[in-house]
Design a protein. Sequence first.
Length: 114
Amino acid sequence: QGQLVESGGGSVQAGGSLRLSCTAPSRYTVGWWRQAPGKEREFVAAITRSGDNSFYKDSVKGRFTITRDNTKNSVNLHMTSLKPEDTAVYYCAAQDNLYRWRNWGQGTQVTVSS
């Protein structure tokens, strides 16, 4: 399985919205992670293969929603009420059967200005 591909990043003002997309096969649980300058990569959200279950970092609950469309091999991250602290490079990754995250994409930049 090759690298996943992210798209949809950009620059917005605080309070704005963005939607990120990840091309990912339907057989994987897929997660979104982010890395801000000078910080470690952190988990943001994940969705199971069927889309029945999703998980979120506490600080994005109620603002971010992860969805998937398996007919299009697409996993999306809908981000609303964005804050400057959401500024980071966002990555998607697939979880293998040993619960390891792999097939990382190259990332897409999200910049939120105050």
